[in-house]
Design a binder for this molecule. Structure first.
Ligand SMILES: NC(=O)c1ccc[n+]([C@@H]2O[C@H](COP(=O)([O-])OP(=O)(O)OC[C@H]3O[C@@H](n4cnc5c(N)ncnc54)[C@H](O)[C@@H]3O)[C@@H](O)[C@H]2O)c1
Ligand SMILES: [Fe+2]
Length: 356
């Protein structure tokens, strides 16, 4: 048996107002007068106060990114070309400012600036050959754990799969809880539940170990303070929960909910957060306590999920989702342990999807 050699984010700043330190952090990367920085910023912030706080110098490039659809390899390739065309040289840092989608775009662009060919070539594990350009993640929406992980999830021509590598990990993250205060309730809930579900899947899984347990348990406590206790410092707590949930799954694995959710997302286009919520709601047999508490949280925040989505879908559409869900071996291995292949049948998965 060999153990994972987990690359963690080497530098992080945490605290209210810490976004103001971005300029200082970048100053260390800017060595020559014409060195430039690329800011990939979620366009939800366009025209908002945050826009004026981006420490942009004359030679820098600010690109507003739209994440109405989750990131694609095509989008990454076109952003990379845009950056390459900016100054005829490589930027000294790529900053991603937004939710999981924007952070993943920044990770992917920083990798594609130093690795030849299109990003779809690198969907998989450890296919990246060259170190990325220095890259910084700054969440304005918390839950995915993308700030902590070694993947950048992309929808490609054939599948939704991340660029998983040690080089994908951010060189720096800045976690400023003030940046998430205006997220609309539904989105705050869906993305926050991504974190809650990471914890449940990690803690209930066969891959669990003391490292993942330490992060997962603490993250779960923080989620409860946020979504049940309505703690006055809930933004700080959710931001930390997201990071710790990411750390937990990085050294274990996600489970049944993420497997179903990937199918929903690939075939029907549901976004990660809401897709997870919809899938989790039919998984009481897998995660009885977790699903019960999740429903309490939904009630408390008046969240209603779409129902009956898959009930009347053609068999072949369900079969496509079943295929995606079934292909995620490590997730099912985490759920059932050895011999998962016999347990994860088409009937089981079809039955679950039909209830969604
Ligand atoms: N890399 C990883 O480890 C990892 C893990 C889980 C999920 N993901 C990926 O992350 C993506 C989902 O990320 P997400 O759930 O954070 O959502 P997101 O980044 O897709 O954003 C969701 C919505 O929230 C808006 N938003 C972001 N910040 C806001 C703010 N401060 N105020 C108001 N609106 C704001 C965005 O504009 C968008 O409309 C998916 O593509 C998923 O595949 C990656
Ligand atoms: Fe997730």
């Amino acid at each position: 048996m060999s153990f994972k050699n987990f690359k963690v984010v080497p530098k992080m700043i945490f605290g209210r107002g810490s976004f103001a330190q971005l300029d200082e952090v970048l100053a260390e990367e800017r060595k020559r007068d014409d060195d430039f920085v690329v800011f990939l910023v979620d366009d939800v912030h366009q025209g908002k106060p945050l826009e004026g706080r981006v420490p942009l110098k004359a030679q820098d490039q600010l690109i507003w990114v739209n994440v109405d659809e989750e990131p694609t390899t095509k989008q990454v390739d076109s952003l990379t070309e845009q950056v390459q065309a900016h100054a005829g040289k490589t930027p000294v840092s790529v900053v991603g400012l937004g939710g999981g989608s924007t952070m993943d775009l920044a990770k992917a662009v920083s990798l594609m600036l130093t690795n030849p060919g299109g990003s779809a070539m690198y969907q998989g594990w450890d296919l990246i050959k060259n170190p990325a350009v220095h890259h910084i993640g700054i969440p304005t929406l918390s839950g995915t754990g993308a700030e902590a992980s070694r993947t950048a999830v992309l929808c490609g021509p054939e599948r939704k799969l991340g660029l998983n590598s040690d080089y994908t990990v951010f060189d720096q993250i800045i976690m400023d809880p003030e940046l998430i205060k205006d997220v609309p309730t539904d989105q705050w809930f869906y993305t926050g539940m991504d974190c809650y579900i990471h914890c449940i899947e990690s803690l209930e899984g066969t891959y669990l170990n003391e490292f993942s347990k330490a992060y997962g348990e603490k993250s779960l406590d923080l989620c409860r303070e946020v979504y049940i206790d309505d703690h006055p410092e809930k933004d700080d707590k959710l931001m930390m929960a997201s990071f710790m949930g990411g750390m937990s799954i990085a050294y274990s694995q996600v489970g049944a909910c993420h497997a179903l959710s990937y199918g929903l997302s690939y075939v029907l286009g549901y976004h990660h957060g809401i897709g997870n919520c919809i899938a989790f709601d039919v998984l009481e047999e897998f995660y009885p306590e977790g699903v019960k508490e999740f429903r309490q949280m939904m009630d408390k925040h008046n969240i209603t999920l779409p129902k009956g989505i898959c009930k009347d879908l053609p068999d072949e559409t369900i079969a496509k989702m079943v295929k995606v869900a079934k292909s995620l071996g490590p997730l099912w291995h985490n759920v059932y342990g050895d011999g998962w292949e016999d347990k994860v049948t088409d009937e089981l998965l079809t039955g679950l999807y039909r209830r969604i």
